[in-house]
Design a protein around this ligand. Sequence first.
Ligand code: GLC
Length: 433
Amino acid sequence: MDRMSWFLHDRFGMFIHWGLYALPARHEWVKQQEQLDDTWYDRYFEHFDPDLFRPEEWADRAAEAGMKYMVITSKHHEGFCLWDSKLTDYKATNTPAGRDLLRPMFDAFRSRGLKVGFYHSLIDWHHPDFLIDDMHPLRNHPDREKLNEGRDPKKYAQYLHGQVRELLTEYGKIDVLFYDFSYPNRDENGNPRPWLGKGREEWESEKLLEMTRELQPHIVVNDRLDLIEQGGWDYRTPEQYVPKDGVTMDGKPVSWEACQTFSGSWGYHRDEASWKSVEQLVQLLIDHVSKAGNLLLNVGPTARGEFDSRAIDRLQGMGEWMRSHERSIYGCGPAPDGFEPPQDCPLTYNAEAKRLYVHVFAWPIHHLHLEGMGGKVEYAQLLNDASEVKMIEAGPSHLAGPVEHKGQSKLLTLQLPVRKPPVTVPVIELFLK
Ligand code: GLC
C-alpha cells in the first residue's frame, strides 16, 4: 500500500508519553492503579510547569538516535490535553505551563526532517460523560451507579471526534495516528465478556476512521479502534514483546510496529530499575526489522520537560551504532527465503541494493558458517569500517567439521578477525550476486 511505503522504509520511530503523570512519576496509569479521583489528581494539573522544555533538543536526540518519525501523546487515558483544545479546559494552557505544548514539538521534529504523528487515547478518565466502567479509576467507588447517572456516552464520542478533528485540521500534515485502545465487552468470537468495557460502538470507530482518512488521506493508522476484521487499520501494534515470526493474518505477513519501553512504564518513572542496556536495545531494533517490523521506542520526559539521563544515555548509544550501521535498518526487511540465519545472527535484507546483513550477537572464534549461501555472495565486508571479510566457499573441508556436511556445496564460511569489532553489534554486509 502506497501510504505505507515511507513507514516501512524508515523502521525506527520515537514514542513520547508526556502528561500530568510525569509528576507522580510512578506510571502513566497511576490514577487508575491507585484509584485516585479528580480532586486528588488536580494537584498535578496545578503543578505542571515544564520550565526546561526545549522541543528542539528532543528532536535532536531523536534524529541523532536514527529515529525517523515521532508519535506524541496528545492525550493519554488521564484525559489531559497537551494542545490548546477548544473543547475542554483540561489542557496545558491552563496549567502553569501556560501554552500549547504540541505545536512547538511538531515544529521542532519537522524541522529536523522527522515525520510526526500523535497517540490519542480513546479512553478518558476525566471526561464527565465517559461512563465509569470496570477499568476506570472510580470502578470501586461506593457511589459508582450514582456517579454514572446522566453520563452520556454519545456526548463523549462527540468530544472524542471533535478533538481528533482539531488535531487533524490545525496542526498541518500529520503522518501517523495511534489510537489507544479498545477493550470491548465481547471477545473475538462475539461472545460476551464478564466485564464492562468499550469498543467500536462506544467510540463510533467507523465514523472516526472515516473522518481521519478524509482529513488526512495519506495518514497511517494503527489497529486499536476495534476494527480488525473490518480492515480498519494500516498496521498491527504488538506491545512490549517481539512476535516470534513477525505478524501474520490468515497466514499472510502484515505490516506491524511494536512499541517498546526503556524500562517498563511509558510515562516518566523515577524509581524503575529495569532499564534495558544499549546493546539490548540495538538488538531489539535489529530483531524487529529482521521480522519485517518497525520499532517505536518510547521516552517518558520528566515534568520539567527534559529527557532524563538514562534515556539520553540509551539514545546516544543507539545513535552511535546507527551512525555506521543504518544501512542494515532503513529500507530493510527479512532475508529472502532460503537464507538461514546462523545461531544468534539475525539477518536483514535490502532488496533494492541486494545486500544481506548478518548481525552477529555472539562473536564466534574465527569462522561463521552460513548455510545455503555458498555461490550467492559476491563480496563481504564488516559494515563498521568496510574492511574485507574473506570468504571460503566450502567443499568438504576441515572448516565444515570432520563429519561430511550435509548440503556442503552450499556452505559459505566467513573468516572473521579474532577480536570482535569495537561496536555494540557487529554487522557483516554481504553483496549478493
Ligand atoms: C497501552 C497502555 C498505555 C500505553 C500504550 C502504548 O495500551 O494503556 O499506557 O500508552 O499501551 O502502546
